[in-house]
Design a protein around this ligand. Structure first.
Ligand code: PLP
Length: 475
């Protein structure tokens, strides 16, 4: 493709993109596709001869689009948001065009220096104290893995990296709450702790990790000759958005000299608003924290902000220096490849720069506050309705409810049928959760374009689906 042909196709695609952004509401939120439908429309092997871009693009519209779930739809209330924005998309276009692999300072100084500066901007923006250095990871899962690895090396004094865990003495142990995201368990498997050395600490009525239970678990492991190594606290669990109290958890971490990581993947973005900074109480005891601008800060996936108090410990854990990666700048610059598991790195700081400058912190705060106010509105409606109940207190813009009309039994099954009815309808998209063993329906508000009207429509769709279940009790 020549640059002139590229220009022609690109203009057409940009028009398509702008149309999509303004018309995304026309689509059903969740793809209404059967398993295998898309695969069967794709030939089993690549074409021998090249095809015109017109044909490729026509197939994109015909085959791909019907198989997409529309995450940027203003009535997307499933999982957590992965909200994007036009400035972020523009930056991604430039990143793709430059196509730089930014593993070392030398392989694109602007990418490295922009990344350091943007993470400083974010650190200020969310009220983290001085003394944290930042790096962009591809996901919160990767940041949690890095924390588990750093903690493992700290607990074994570097022996796990050198001799392997089997030869590193007493087994290290990980602690997280029974509400925490599965990324910690997955990371513990990858980092060699083993699932048997992950303690899911009991939570209280507020779903937050109980510090006394954490302390007891650590003491029991020490008595058994094991090595408590890492605590992963949650700032906003996936199920109900529970916030662990960092001051209480941190006191236990300090008392036992255990590494403390905070998983703030979703809720961390709310820290840009002063009124949510209470979640940081105890931050002085924290060794690292991650939050995802790619969830709730208008920045395209992927972009996880990972802050560490001791970057040397992270770099000692991950660095390898073969001849072909040595550079003459040495320690005078940051080579981010030593800060994350993959060697190769995209230029992800550019989209943060575009987003932060385009909206300003005030614009981003307005968005967070709008979403939380919408969740509050819906919470009020659900609480006031005799046939629905909130199954956990609202946390920021996340709530959980279930349908529990008087006299109804088998509520788990009823709510599962209700959720399927809601999602098959296509106007909104919600996901399920489990609160203390009960099947519940989650509503997470956070899409870029979500306004009051969309949440009102969601509430109408929920009530209408429930009414249909009542008139056809079994289908
Ligand atoms: C989304 C989420 C994760 C996983 O984030 P990725 O960036 O997809 O790895 C981990 N923990 C919590 C609390 C989350 O909400």
């Amino acid at each position: 493709m020549t640059p002139e042909e590229f220009r022609r196709h690109a203009h057409r695609l940009v028009d398509w993109m702008a149309d999509y952004m303004s018309e995304v509401e026309r689509f059903p939120v969740r793809a209404q596709t059967r398993p295998g439908e898309v695969a069967s429309a794709l030939p089993p092997a690549a074409p021998e001869a090249g095809e015109p871009m017109e044909t490729v693009f026509a197939d994109f519209e015909r085959i791909v689009m019907p198989g997409m779930t529309h995450w940027q739809h203003p009535r997307f209330f499933a999982y957590f948001p992965a909200n994007s924005s036009p400035p972020s998309v523009l930056a991604e276009m430039l990143t793709a065009t430059l196509g730089a692999q930014c593993m070392l300072w030398q392989t694109s100084p602007a990418a490295t220096e922009m990344e350091s500066r943007m993470l400083d901007w974010l650190r200020h923006a969310i009220g983290l104290p001085e003394g944290f250095s930042g790096v962009i990871q591809d996901s919160a899962s990767s940041a949690i893995l890095c924390a588990l690895l750093t903690a493992r090396e700290r607990a074994t004094d570097g022996a796990a990296n050198e001799r392997g865990l089997a030869d590193a003495g007493a087994a290290p142990v990980v602690y997280t709450s029974d509400q925490a995201h599965s990324a910690t368990e997955k990371g513990a498997k990858i980092a060699g702790y083993g699932r048997n050395h992950v303690r899911l600490v009991k939570t209280g009525d507020d779903f937050a990790m109980r510090a006394d239970a954490l302390d007891a678990a650590i003491r029991a492991d020490k008595a058994a000759g094991l090595r408590p190594a890492c605590i992963v606290a949650s700032m906003g669990t996936t199920g109900v958005g529970a916030i662990d109290r960092l001051d209480e958890i941190g006191a236990v971490a300090r008392a036992h000299d255990v590494f403390l990581h905070v998983d703030a993947a979703w809720a961390g973005s709310a820290l840009i608003c002063e009124e949510h900074r209470w979640m940081l109480r105890g931050i002085e005891t924290v060794d690292s924290l991650v939050f995802n601008p790619h969830k709730w800060l208008l920045t395209n996936f992927d972009c996880s902000a990972h802050f560490v108090r001791d970057p040397d410990a992270l770099v000692r854990t991950l660095s390898i220096l073969p001849a072909y990666l040595q550079s003459r700048e040495g320690n005078a610059v940051i080579d981010y490849r030593d800060w994350s598991v993959p060697l190769g790195r995209r230029f992800r700081a550019l989209k943060l720069w575009f987003v932060l400058r385009s909206y300003g912190l005030a614009g981003l705060r307005d968005m967070i506050r709008r979403h939380i106010a919408l969740a509050e509105w819906l919470e009020g409606k659900i609480a006031a309705h005799p046939d629905f109940e909130l199954t956990a207190p609202r946390s920021l813009a996340l709530l959980n409810f279930r349908y529990a009309p008087a006299g109804a039994g088998a509520l788990d099954e009823l709510n599962e049928r209700l959720l399927h009815a809601i999602n098959d309808d296509g106007r909104i998209y919600l996901t399920q959760g489990s609160v203390r063993g009960a099947y519940v329906i989650r509503v997470s508000i956070g899409q870029t374009g979500t306004e009051r009207i969309h949440v009102e429509q969601a509430w109408e769709a929920i009530k209408a689906a429930a009414a249909r279940l009542q008139s056809h009790p079994r289908v």
